[in-house]
Write a protein that binds this ligand. Structure first.
Ligand code: PMP
Length: 417
């Protein structure tokens, strides 16, 4: 076997692909070393090109809730593959998926499928601007809503675009009020992850989402829940069900595509029907609603609605988190584990984490060493202290046990320096 095959493959990939990866976080730049090249996967496990097995807590960054290659999803995919991959014409499958989503999320009256979460959010923002005839949006620091210009601050984004995006700290309603007061005649939308999942897991504090709803109502601002991660992750439907707040628009992705590329924006009929061909707002996609992604999504949602695994997933995740906290304490490490449903992450900090500033108090150097230690023990976490880990229905008690053993060994090794 080639020594350090991943390093060789990464070097080879870099000769052809910009940075060697097709999405930056995969490069392991946050955790050091070469990324693991994956050859195959099954259930809770992934297998590397050099034959190692890992328990996978990345699960395609949350796109998989049934684990890898669920037999029923694969069976349906095999069947549909023989019938065509994309037609550029409508199919029954598309409205079946739309129907199942709408039945699960009552605030969605109409929906439009896209190819990614990024596209879904772009459409939600365009719709909000068209609906309100305003330009500005409010987003929260540390949240990620895809890579559209107005969510990024990097070279290549014109300052003219950035000036329309106002940023408030997550959970800081005073700052939102201040921004709204200052710009109220020009705020089209407030976009929020009802549980933030891109600065680790950060939960909304009591009253935060309610206050956003109130402000949006008062000033005729469109409230967008970006549920690309949380949709069908925390319950069968939207996080709205858990927090009992209604958003005007909801962005979905990940789970509704059962592991294949997808996105969706849904909400009030009067907003969604501004979209062409009914209305004047343009949005389109060659592969939007393609039968492959839609079939995987339909199969996944049907299985989820049949088994309703959410309570079990939560219990398994809570047990894991409680034991992990205990082990860290035993070995003298100050950590915070934030978690909800089947999402969790470990911050190496002793401060509570309810916004991005506090998420950044974590010791990223220590996280790197922790991450590499876990990898050696066959545990694959999402490769950054700001990314979330996910359990799937394929994770069994023995996976959790093995992961806790690995944590113990890693903390022991880290303690010895
Ligand atoms: N919104 C949120 C909350 C996300 O977490 C992500 C991606 N992780 C996106 C939007 C963008 O989705 P995609 O990667 O499918 O474009």
């Amino acid at each position: 076997m080639v020594k350090n095959l991943d390093r060789c493959l990464f070097n080879e990939a870099k000769r052809y692909i910009a940075g060697g990866v097709n999405s930056p976080i995969r490069s392991f730049h946050s955790v050091g070393g070469a990324p693991i090249f994956i050859k195959s996967a099954c259930g809770s496990k992934i297998y590397s090109e050099d034959g190692r097995e890992f328990i996978d807590y990345c699960q395609s960054f949350g796109a998989l809730i049934l684990g890898h290659v669920h037999p029923e999803v694969v069976r349906e995919l095999k069947e549909i593959l023989g019938k065509g991959t994309s037609f550029g014409a409508p199919t029954i499958l598309e409205y079946k998926l739309a129907k199942i989503i709408i039945e699960a999320i009552p605030s969605i009256e109409r929906i439009r499928l896209t190819n990614s979460g990024t596209e879904a959010v772009m459409t939600a923002i365009r719709l909000s601007r068209a609906y309100t005839h305003r330009n500005k949006i409010i987003k929260f620091e540390g949240s990620y809503h895809g890579h559209a210009d107005y969510f990024l601050s990097c070279p290549g984004v014109p300052a003219d675009f950035k000036k329309h995006t106002l940023v408030a700290p997550y959970n800081n309603i005073e700052k939102v009020r201040e921004l709204v007061e200052r710009h109220k005649r020009d705020i089209a939308a407030i976009i929020v992850e009802p549980v933030a999942g891109n600065m680790g897991v950060v939960l909304p504090e009591e009253g935060f989402l309610e206050a956003l709803r109130e402000i949006a109502d008062k000033h005729n601002i469109v409230l967008i829940f970006d549920e690309v991660i949380t949709g069908f992750r925390l319950t069968f439907g939207s996080a709205q069900k858990i927090f009992k707040i209604r958003a005007d628009l909801i962005c979905l992705g990940k789970i509704i595509g059962g592991g294949l590329p997808i996105g969706a924006v849904g909400g009030k009929k009067e907003i969604l029907e501004l979209l062409a061909p009914v209305g004047p707002v343009y949005q389109a996609g060659t592969f939007s609603g393609n039968p492959i992604s839609v079939t995987a999504g339909l199969a996944t949602l049907r299985i989820l609605s049949r088994y309703n695994p959410y309570k079990d997933l939560e219990v398994l995740t809570q047990n894991f988190c409680n034991e992990a906290r205990e082990i860290a304490r035993e070995y003298g490490f100050k950590i915070r584990i934030n978690s909800i449903g089947s999402m969790f992450n470990i911050f190496f900090t002793d401060s509570k984490v309810n916004n991005y500033t506090l998420a950044r108090t974590q010791d990223t150097g220590l996280f790197k060493r922790f991450y590499q230690g876990l990898l050696k023990e066959g545990i694959y976490f999402s490769p950054s202290g700001f990314e979330v880990n996910f359990l799937s229905t394929a994770h069994a008690n023995r996976d959790i046990k093995k992961t806790l053993d690995a944590l113990e060994k890693t903390f022991n090794y880290l303690r010895r320096g």
